[in-house]
Ligand binder design. Structure first.
Ligand code: PLP
Length: 391
């Protein structure tokens, strides 16, 4: 890589993070090794105490993992990234690296379910409390502040209703209080949204979703300035939920096609959203690319496209929603998302099934709601598959 050149996103996606070995391989080599040997005792000592760069042990760093980290950092416009075994271990490591007992988190209400459980069931046991704010209303973040608030954490767009958080406005509130803002950028990926540009301090990823995008491996990452990433790295190398070299090798290839995939998936999602919006059996459609979306203008400013997630509410409640799901013959019935194959989910009975019916209703997750994560099939085939159960 020519470090002195200012390269565009597309070029970084295929050229960054590639340090060739003495063999001059064109694509990334896969370094399946648990540890590394030193030339002599002095070098081993210098590497262990950090005086000299170099690989020691793959719980700390591995060349294939470094390649993924460097490429993802370049694509997020960041100084540094550290890879993790999954998206959840990225969020755990971020909290372990940056928080201590007595600290307080403000998080968006519509977080990924396991993130809420991590905050409420585990961080709480160690004296870190969490309160929840409305992602779409920056003022509610200000109201949730406490003297001990140290971290704001949000997802935008939200799952499954695609609410948009104004990253710059919420970052300003965090910073005025001396808190950090972390954004889970899983839904947009850096191909559509770069939260650091809008003032976020840290970005987390479930690489399992669009970054791989082909349903093969689990992975995660925390991205930011060197100073922000360092404490997260130190936790990871001590506690161990690091990314395997094999998964890093798969993910580094996933990044090469990320923009092409996500832009195509996003364009199909918008076409489907427009079709659904005019469908007589559909009561409501949620996609940031629709002019009817309440935060369409903000989404257009903050994201380069609406994203691959479309949710819609069919008339007739759970029965009608399940009929649509059960009538599909191409789509995959699974709660996963971010795949090249379109997935269809009934949030009220799966991803959001543990929430009380009242809380679900209040959050807008109705019994008729269906979430699609649009893949790379033809728009017509997806439309035909949905029409089978909507007819
Ligand atoms: C899936 C997901 C996670 C967790 O990622 P894993 O790789 O499954 O651990 C976190 N945040 C969001 C928004 C997700 O969709």
């Amino acid at each position: 890589m020519q470090e002195d050149l200012e390269l565009d996103f597309e070029t970084l996606a295929v050229h960054s993070g590639l340090e060739r070995s003495q063999f001059g391989e064109h694509a990334h080599a896969l370094y399946l090794t648990s540890s590394f040997v030193a030339e002599n005792a002095a070098q081993a000592a210098a590497r262990f105490c950090g005086q000299e760069p170099g690989y020691i042990y793959s719980r700390f760093t591995n060349p294939t993992v470094t390649a993924f980290q460097d490429r993802l950092a370049a694509m997020e416009g960041a100084e540094a990234a550290v890879a993790t075994a999954s998206g959840m271990s990225a969020i755990l490591a971020l909290c372990m690296g940056h928080l201590k007992a007595g600290d307080h988190i403000v998080a968006s209400q519509s977080l990924f379910g396991a993130t809420i459980m991590l905050c409420n069931n585990y961080l709480a046991k160690f004296g870190i409390s969490t309160s929840y704010a409305n992602a779409a209303d920056p003022e509610s973040w200000r109201q949730a502040l406490r003297p001990e608030t140290r971290l704001f954490f949000l997802e935008t767009p939200s799952n499954p209703l695609t609410e948009i958080a104004d990253i710059a406005a919420i970052a300003d509130i965090a910073h005025a209080h001396g808190a950090l803002l972390a954004v889970d950028n899983c839904f947009c990926t850096p191909a559509l949204q770069q939260p650091l540009k809008w003032g976020a301090d840290l970005v987390v990823h479930s690489a399992t979703k669009f970054l791989d995008g082909q349903g093969r491996v689990l992975g995660g990452a925390v991205v930011g300035s060197k100073a922000m990433v360092e404490p997260v790295y130190l936790f990871l190398r001590t506690a161990g939920p690091t990314l395997s070299a094999f998964n890093a090798w798969v993910l580094v290839k996933g990044l090469e096609t990320l923009r092409l995939r996500v832009e195509a998936q996003s364009a199909t999602a918008l076409r489907l959203a427009q079709w659904l919006e005019s469908h007589p059996q559909v009561a409501r459609v949620y996609h940031p690319g629709l002019p009817s979306h309440p935060q369409h203008a903000l989404a257009q400013r903050q994201q380069s496209a609406g994203g691959a997630i479309v949710s819609f509410e069919v008339k007739g409640g759970r029965e009608a929603a399940w009929r649509v799901i059960d009538s599909t013959r191409v789509l995959s019935i699974t709660a996963n998302l971010g795949d090249v194959r379109t997935t269809i989910t009934h949030p009220a009975s799966t991803t959001h099934g543990r929430i009380s019916p009242e809380a679900r209703q209040a959050a807008g997750i109705t019994e008729g709601l269906i979430r699609l994560s649009v893949g790379l099939e033809s728009c017509q085939d997806i439309q035909d598959d949905l029409q089978r159960g909507l007819g």
